[in-house]
Design a protein around this ligand. Structure first.
Ligand code: SAM
Length: 214
């Protein structure tokens, strides 16, 4: 039903309050992204952001980073209002290598030509899809990743369960090594950083990784 749908423009509002939990999460994601860019070394890099929203994590970090001209970033986001904001922000910051795609981030086809990626962001996804889809997404990531790629992901803790523990296990059993995991005691969000420790798998079109449940 239309009225049950989440308004994904509105969802970004708490970012305007620097003390909100979402802003705290954003600060960690940005820091981890900057570290992943630092760690890559001075060679061309590909980055993809799945369900990128307004690009509030990628765009400012890239703009301020010495890797900005070496990095090609692809942001995949369904909501045109959000893609417009991401595009204007990238333009205002003079980033010419940021491609904002209005498309379905759940379909591997959306990444054709943009992968294998050295950095993948999966932020704000795992709390909106069923557990089996989280697992399928993690298991598909090696087909989108370059050798040694870094994946930055988020998930909120619920009142009676903290699925981030299972997510960490699923990354491990898929061939990722954990680089960092943030779980502040006074917050519900969790941020994980995992690095691909097995050879990447061949990219394949036609795979649907997930469906948002709202
Ligand atoms: C929770 S927000 C996260 C946004 C951003 N990654 C962040 O952390 O700031 C989820 C975003 O996913 C987008 N979205 C939902 N389903 C999508 C899909 N199948 N493909 C691409 N984007 C999608 C929504 O429009 C929304 O902007």
């Amino acid at each position: 039903m239309e009225s049950d749908r989440r308004d994904w423009l509105e969802w970004h509002k708490p970012y305007d309050d620097p003390n909100s939990s979402l802003s705290r999460r954003l600060a960690i994601v940005r820091r981890e992204l900057a570290s992943a860019l630092d760690a890559h070394g001075p060679k061309p890099l590909r980055l993809v952001s799945m369900c990128a929203g307004q690009g509030r994590d990628v765009v400012p970090v890239l703009a301020a980073h010495h890797m900005r001209s070496q990095t090609t970033a692809t942001l995949v986001e369904l909501d045109k209002r959000n893609t417009n904001i991401a595009k204007s922000d990238a333009k205002a910051r003079g980033l010419t290598n940021v491609r904002v795609v209005e498309g379905d981030a759940a379909l591997t086809d959306s990444y054709a030509g943009s992968v294998p990626a050295d950095i993948v962001l999966a932020c704000g996804i795992f709390g909106n899809i069923v557990d089996d889809d989280i697992r399928r997404t993690i298991e598909t990531l090696p087909t989108l990743c370059a050798r040694g790629a870094t994946v930055i992901w988020t998930r909120g803790r619920e009142q009676h369960r903290d699925l981030s523990q299972d997510i960490r296990k699923w990354f491990g059993s898929t061939g990722f090594r954990e680089v960092a995991f943030h779980a502040p005691e006074d917050a519900r969000f969790r941020v994980g950083v995992s690095r691909l420790a097995i050879p990447p798998k061949p990219f394949a079109r036609g795979i649907r990784m997930f469906r948002f449940v709202r």
